[in-house]
Write a protein that binds this ligand. Structure first.
Ligand code: DX5
Ligand code: ZN
Length: 219
């Protein structure tokens, strides 16, 4: 099994004080920070872009935090270089977005980032066939992308199992509505990278929530 990685989604953090908020979350010892980038086209919501990621990166240097960037954007190729320049460590784009998937993967690698490929709930795992050996991570969305705080779709667990069967050592991420009540089902299905916004930021003790999630994957 691939190593557990717990990634709080900064979508649930304080957008008015981002650098301090991200630093504070790092005090809870997550593995990664999950940075949700939305363009108002691919999803009906708008968050932050490369200039803000770059500004926060200046306060949190590379090596101090892994920026796992989830690009909910219509044109993923457009943002590869700006995000690399901003200091992103991993660039996860959506299969359903514009542009040739293989070309986008290549471009991300050329720009020195790890590559993630994300599937919306309606997209089958068969779409991964020709790409799975070329990516570092697959993200199986467990809500429709766009907003935090939605209800976890348990019906996505068979898809996680299918991806795990295709790639026994790959990082497989789940994102959307994941919390203490369902993290075990995600881990049992084969996910090892757990994103949680509400489930960590909303927990009484975020550090404990992170520990619990890590234990669920490593059990
Ligand atoms: C949703 C985002 C998620 C979101 C998760 O489109 O991709 O990362 O922030 O938030 P929760 O855990 O609250 O569903
Ligand atoms: Zn996300």
């Amino acid at each position: 099994m691939s190593k557990a990685k717990i990634a709080p989604s900064i979508l649930s953090g304080d957008f008015a004080d981002m650098a301090n908020d991200w630093k504070k979350m790092l005090g809870n010892k997550p593995d990664w920070l999950h940075v949700d980038i939305m363009d108002g086209h691919f999803v009906p919501n708008l968050t932050i872009g490369p200039p803000i990621v770059k500004a926060v990166r200046k306060r949190i240097p590379k090596g101090e935090a892994f920026f796992d960037c989830h690009m909910m954007v219509q044109n993923p190729q457009q943002w590869v270089k700006p995000m690399a320049d901003a200091g992103a460590d991993q660039y996860t784009f959506h299969y359903e977005a514009d542009g040739d998937v293989a070309e986008t993967i290549k471009l991300i690698k050329e720009n020195g980032m790890r590559v993630g490929l994300a599937l919306k709930p309606g997209t089958p795992s068969s779409c991964l066939d020709e790409h799975i050996n070329n990516v570092d991570m697959v993200l199986v969305m467990t809500v429709e992308p766009g907003f935090g705080g939605q209800k976890f779709k348990a019906e996505m667990m068979p898809k996680v199992q299918e991806v795990r069967a295709l790639a026994p050592k790959l990082d497989i991420q789940v994102d959307g509505g994941v919390d203490a009540s369902n993290v075990c089902s995600c881990a049992d299905a084969g996910a090892n990278v757990i994103v949680a916004g509400t489930g960590i930021y909303g927990a009484e003790e975020p550090a404990e929530a992170i520990k619990l999630m890590r234990a669920a994957v490593e059990k």
